[in-house]
Design a binder for this molecule. Sequence first.
Ligand code: PMP
Length: 345
Amino acid sequence: MSVSTRPEVGAFTSYQLPTEPEIPLRAKLDFNESPFDVPEEIKARVVAALLARRWSEYPEFGAPRLRGAIAKATGRSLEEIVVGNGSGEVLHAAVTVFAGSGGTLVLPTPTFSLYDQMAVLAGARILRIPRVGPGFDVDESAFLAAPEGAIPLVTSPNNPTGGVVSRRFVRALAARYPVVLLDQAYVDFAEPEDDLLPLVDELPNLAVFRTLSKAYSAAGFRIGYAVASTELAREIQKGVLPFSVDLAAEELALALLADGETAEKTVRVIRAERDGLAAALTALGLAVAPARGNFLYFAVGGASRVRRHLLERGVKVRDLSGHLRVTVGTPEENQIFLSALKECL
Ligand code: PMP
């Protein structure tokens, strides 16, 4: 049977992961997840809160409690917050609203692969501007020379390369393009000056995207959000269907945001481990890109062979654009990864 779809959807291959042999994993370092689970006492609190709610009713319309808690945590107002089923959903909404139906999305590549799918579904064209130099920096002048009316989507820290963009560059983008989309999923692991949320005050056309999937260890529950001027937030909201954050995700988000300390501890450990792991890889003679997220991106000869050999040793990493990306794990997992890697080089 031939299925009739929009041609660009028909031509698109959806996100696939390689089928792997069943090998017991000793270190799962492939998805940039937190290696630390949500603490038992927070899980218990969330379950108790859920037991007290009516599961037969939709979540509260507009998620005012959750948006209020995020507004408080970020020092913004509730009208500036859009929540969704992971930040992926909110990004998809923004791509659809601003670049859909024939708009152009400008991406500095390599970057997060799901943006491609968002663009295809929205009917947006993609203009790729390759990153430059050993740090995989955004080619700023090429980026600023994209056609007028294009929509830049910049990730900082970037997945998979790990680097950041400056305030000056984001200001230049905002002066040049109608709307700027800035994905800061990994910003909790970066330096204080990398947090570009304060720019929302001066740039009414900037939307910043955040998630509880990384530093807050909540990837299993899908909670993400955008922060933008009230006017921009209202437009992004149009791209998100009502009730996309379910009761369980909402209760977990409220508990995690009220706690704060757990995420801070995760960030402290992961940052120290990241820097130690980068030094160890460099000592092995590998070129490691400057990293501000919870992962490292490094060049290695025969990346796909090395990935396979690591997997045979129970260590899962990603092979992306001819480089390996390893998520920073617990101290034990990182040691397992390093020893296995030494055997594979
Ligand atoms: N942005 C980036 C750059 C990511 O790497 C990811 C997840 N890997 C996301 C957004 C989506 O995260 P989530 O939907 O879990 O919030």
